[in-house]
Design a binder for this molecule. Structure first.
Ligand code: BES
Ligand code: ZN
Ligand code: ZN
Length: 504
């Protein structure tokens, strides 16, 4: 999709479909929309009235212009209310969602060229433009690689209308950012949607290699023997049941000048989670190709970083492996030693994510010495019970870091809620024969318990953990995308890095 900015008024815009956003609580439409209506002899007002258009989120009405305007059709999309206590909230999410709904509908009507005008609100021209692009791009995403009959309807060009010339520079920057953020998210979606017979640890390492080459990044891939030599017994134990060789992936982005911060971003990279010898049920296993969604988010982030050039040093880690049952698989009751020296009794081979992440965290602490670390993991069914499929769980050892991650999630419009790392729940992780058990002997709070296990490997470095088991994959269409991988946390991470860079 080509992106362009025009300082034209909507009434002068040439496109197959002209999209106009309308807030529910703006009493009068903005002058730009009134001008369109006037050119259409009031047709738009009459159509909206007869269809009881109220500006509800995602509500859509459209008319043919019959040659009265350069645009062939005018489509009005609701943005919902934007004021609270008389002031605009300046929230980008309604703009993203409206752009997604409108562009999707315009595409289905056969439009190849679309022009969008969103009325001024509490957002800066840059943020508004970025939100439009993210919405349009993410909302029209499809994964059709394996279909014989692909959808032939596609949008070729999207033009953002920003009639005020003073807003043009900001809006242009917003277009650029929106495209980078959305493309990174779609890279992550693609990787999650690909099946596990394609996306193996070797495939992930190869993709990391392409991303490193494109962006001039450093890549180190550790093989099974390297990891064993370095003492990653927890990670290697998970990998030992699979025919697919594990790959420990370490990507590095370094800014040109002095970095303001050094951070590590870790993604859970189980390319298929059968549960191991503690085998999952058929139903439980069905979606487990998505158990590398955290890893996919790391790769999405690293595709974007060289294009954005933040003054932050970022390390990306993925301890990639399958979790399979076999004659060589790890047994319940086995004891492994993690890189930081702690021994772990395997209470359940299906609690494998925390084992791989334990060694990734230990590696980060020992070899990277970061200022702070964030991991993303499809870690527990428990977080889905606690927060459902619409909200990611955040657990953190540092209040400051937690606040910044929540702030970044808010900028991205990715719903995230903090859960407490209640110390007493750690008692359940005691083992009679090892320093820790990988599952708790007590019931409940499974997401928190998993995080408490991982905290033992963070060496006191400020750390935040995002449990995305509920949000990484969707079984129904969402406002910003179809069924399948969502690409969740990519934009949160980009907002987090942008904030560290201090340019946002
Ligand atoms: N990958 C799963 C978690 C998961 C569950 C992700 C549902 C997405 C949807 C993880 O490895 C796992 O199996 N966790 C177990 C832990 C248990 C054995 C302590 C779980 O949550 O049931
Ligand atoms: Zn598992
Ligand atoms: Zn898993």
């Amino acid at each position: 999709m080509d992106l362009a900015l025009e300082t034209r008024k909507p009434a002068d815009a040439r496109a197959d479909v002209l999209v106009l956003g309308r807030y529910a609580d703006d009493r009068r439409p903005p002058a730009e929309i009134t001008a369109v209506d006037r050119a259409l002899d009031g047709l738009l007002t009459r159509a909206l009235a007869s269809e009881k258009f109220e500006g509800k989120p995602g509500q859509i009405s459209y008319v043919h212009t019959g040659g009265k305007l350069p645009a062939e059709r005018v489509l009005v999309v609701g943005l919902g209310p934007h004021r609270r206590d008389g002031r605009s909230r300046g929230d980008a999410e309604p703009v993203r969602r409206a752009a997604a709904a409108a562009v999707r509908r315009a595409r289905d009507l056969g439009a190849a060229s679309i022009a969008v005008f969103m009325p001024p609100d509490g957002l800066s021209p840059r943020d508004r433009a970025q939100a439009v692009v993210e919405g349009a791009w993410l909302g029209t995403y499809r994964f059709e690689k394996y279909l014989k009959e692909k959808n032939s309807k596609a949008v070729r060009s999207l033009t953002l209308l920003e009639p005020d010339r003073r807003s043009a520079a900001g809006a242009r920057e917003g277009l650029r950012l929106g495209r980078i953020w959305a493309e990174a998210t779609c890279l992550t979606r693609d990787l999650v949607n690909e099946p596990a017979n394609v996306v193996t640890p070797t495939f992930l390492a190869g993709r990391a290699g392409e991303i490193a080459k494109e962006g001039g990044l450093t890549l180190k891939v550790l093989e099974r023997d390297d990891c064993a030599t370095m003492g990653m017994g927890a990670y290697i134990g998970v990998a030992q049941g699979s025919q697919e060789p594990p790959k420990f992936i370490h990507l590095t982005y370094k800014p040109k000048g002095r970095a303001r911060r050094r951070v590590v971003i870790i993604g859970k990279g189980i390319t298929f989670d059968s549960g191991g010898l503690d085998l999952k049920t058929a139903d439980g296993m069905l979606r487990m190709k998505d158990d590398m969604a955290g890893a996919a988010a790391v790769l999405g982030l690293f595709q974007a970083l060289p294009r954005l050039k933040p003054r932050v040093e970022v390390h990306g880690l993925i301890a990639a492996t399958e979790n399979m049952p076999s004659g060589t698989a790890q047994r319940p009751g086995d004891i492994v030693r993690a890189m930081n020296g702690l021994t772990v009794e395997i209470g359940n081979t299906d609690a494998e994510g925390r084992l791989t992440l334990a060694d990734a965290l230990s590696y980060a602490v020992k070899h990277i010495e970061p200022d702070e670390m964030i991991d993303m993991a499809t870690l527990t069914g428990a977080v889905v019970i606690a927060l459902g499929q619409g909200v990611s769980g955040l657990m953190a050892s540092s209040d400051g870091l937690a606040a910044r991650v929540l702030g970044a999630a808010d900028v991205a419009g990715e719903r995230t809620w903090r859960l407490p790392l209640h110390d007493e729940y750690k008692d359940g992780l005691k083992s009679d024969v090892a320093d820790l058990n990988n599952i708790s002997s007590q019931r409940g709070a499974g997401a928190i318990v998993a995080a408490l296990f991982m905290r033992e490997f963070t060496g006191g470095v400020p750390w935040a953990h995002l449990d995305i088991a509920g949000t990484a994959f969707t079984e129904r269409e969402l406002p910003l995308g179809p069924k399948g991988g969502t690409g969740v946390t990519v934009r949160t991470l980009l907002a987090y890095v942008a904030a560290l860079d201090g340019r946002r």
